[in-house]
Design a protein around this ligand. Structure first.
Ligand code: LLP
Length: 432
């Protein structure tokens, strides 16, 4: 393996260049065009198996966070492995159902669920609504009563723990909009207990994303267990603990915790608690399951070298609308030249897209051998890549393909320009 490649299923073949699970990325770019997202089914499967295996024979459920990558083929792959799903919208619920996911294994998170979304979730028999405020709890109760059903709910508590991650993706501090302050949760659980159309099924928390240290997960679990004790004294019996998602991955040189380290950190806390150790543990992993599995392939359109004066730019055909993470969070994602010619000399490049903003970059100061027409691969792009893509600058979103058993399957066609304005209506002219 190339020493700088952070993921084992990416190999550099002397003849075929960079390969994803044995398939040459240059061939994918040639066949499907660029920009294109390519995902390794084996990598997703391996990540799922690593996490589920870490639990041993402990009862648990992995509810894949659909927001990380909601492609129907990826959801179907995870559903076949037995995954549940964590959703944040009616749209994501529809995706999970279309992909064959079991609604009874779905948790519905999010601070702003609309009435129609709550109704849709209850109609299909959702596993659990993770309620994030007293006002939302009232709404769920009213809807459930009107429908004549009992809504299964967890309260998502905000444990006020610092996840030590990027401020935009830190969610477990009291200043964040997420969850119910943990001190107010017991009172709301009593309301649930008294309400004929609500059933408290669990407790939920999620403190942030891309965590590279497991200790905040353990600290949050401690606080959730203290609440569990309080609830037990009130005679409230729960059926699962949902400890959220957030496990970080390696993008360049970071040391990310393993799945086993995450699960061990949680179980170490839980095993000390006589009641909690008997409860099924649910997790909501997104990035860990799909992030490393994906690459974004893009073609170099132009080089603008400035050897003596300022920076050199490699202008590629993917932009911030296709992959927003570098522009939005300043994320550093590894970029590789897929199949550079032997005589191309490496130098430092700013890898930028065609969008009319200085914030439109995929990587800065990358030492790479690049020539116009070459393909570059942004690694670790399987999570929050396509799912955050937009049509800014009237650019169609990329195609997506899945590499499985040496074959490449298109799982989403590239958007055409006609796709982009199909819902628009020309303004009528005065003579019309
Ligand atoms: N559960 C809840 C309630 C969440 O809000 C999230 C992510 C997850 C689970 C999954 O977290 P994960 O295991 O993927 O870290 N766009 C950002 C990440 C935003 C994460 C939002 N919530 C990025 O590109 O880094």
């Amino acid at each position: 393996m190339h020493p700088e490649l952070p993921y084992p299923f990416l190999q550099r073949d002397p003849a075929r260049g960079l390969c994803l699970s044995g398939v040459a990325l240059a061939e994918i770019a040639a066949e499907y065009g660029t920009p294109v997202y390519a995902y390794s089914a084996a990598a997703i499967r391996d990540a799922y198996v690593a996490l589920t295996t870490a639990f041993g024979d402990r009862p648990h459920r992995l509810c894949y966070a659909v927001k990380a990558n909601g492609n129907l083929s990826i959801l179907a792959l995870l559903a076949r492995l037995g995954a549940g799903f964590d959703i944040v919208s009616g749209g994501e619920l529809a995706r999970v159902l279309a992909a064959g996911g079991d609604p009874a294994k779905v948790v519905f998170s999010g601070v702003g669920k609309r009435a129609d979304e709550i109704r849709a979730a209850l109609e299909v028999g959702i596993g659990c609504l993770n309620v994030e405020s007293a006002a939302e709890l009232d709404r769920v109760a009213q809807i459930a009563a009107a429908m004549g059903v009992i809504a299964p709910v967890s309260l998502r508590v905000n444990p006020d723990v610092d996840a030590k991650t990027h401020p935009y993706i830190s969610t477990g501090l009291k200043d964040n909009k997420f969850g119910i302050p943990i001190g107010q949760a017991a009172g709301l659980y009593r309301q649930i207990q008294r309400h004929p159309h609500l059933a408290a099924v669990g407790i939920d928390c999620h403190i942030g994303s891309q965590l590279l240290d497991v200790s905040p997960f353990a600290a949050a679990a401690e606080r959730v267990l203290a609440l569990l004790d309080e609830l037990t004294l009130l005679g409230i019996e729960l059926h699962h603990l949902d400890l959220g998602g957030g496990l970080g991955i390696r993008y360049t040189t970071e040391q990310a915790p393993t799945a086993a380290a995450w699960v061990d950190a949680l179980l170490t806390v839980i095993d000390r608690h006589p009641l909690a150790r008997r409860l099924p543990i649910w997790l909501e992993p997104g990035r860990f399951l799909v992030g490393p599995a994906g690459v974004l392939l893009s073609r170099v359109e132009y080089l603008k070298p400035h050897p003596d004066d300022g920076k050199s730019f490699a202008i590629v055909d993917a932009a911030m609308n296709d992959l927003m993470r570098p522009a939005l969070y300043g994320s550093v994602m590894a970029i590789e030249a897929v199949q550079p010619a032997a005589d191309t000399v490496a130098q430092d490049w700013e890898i930028v897209g065609p969008v009319c903003e200085t914030g439109d970059f995929l990587g800065k100061g990358r030492h790479l051998p690049l020539a116009a027409g070459d393909i570059v691969a942004v690694l670790g792009a399987g999570a929050y890549g396509f799912s955050m893509a937009s049509n800014y600058n009237t650019r169609g979103r990329p195609a997506e393909v899945l590499v499985e058993n040496g074959a490449v399957r298109p799982i989403r066609a590239r958007e055409s320009v006609e796709d982009l304005f199909q819902h628009e209506r020309p303004f009528p002219s005065p003579n019309a």
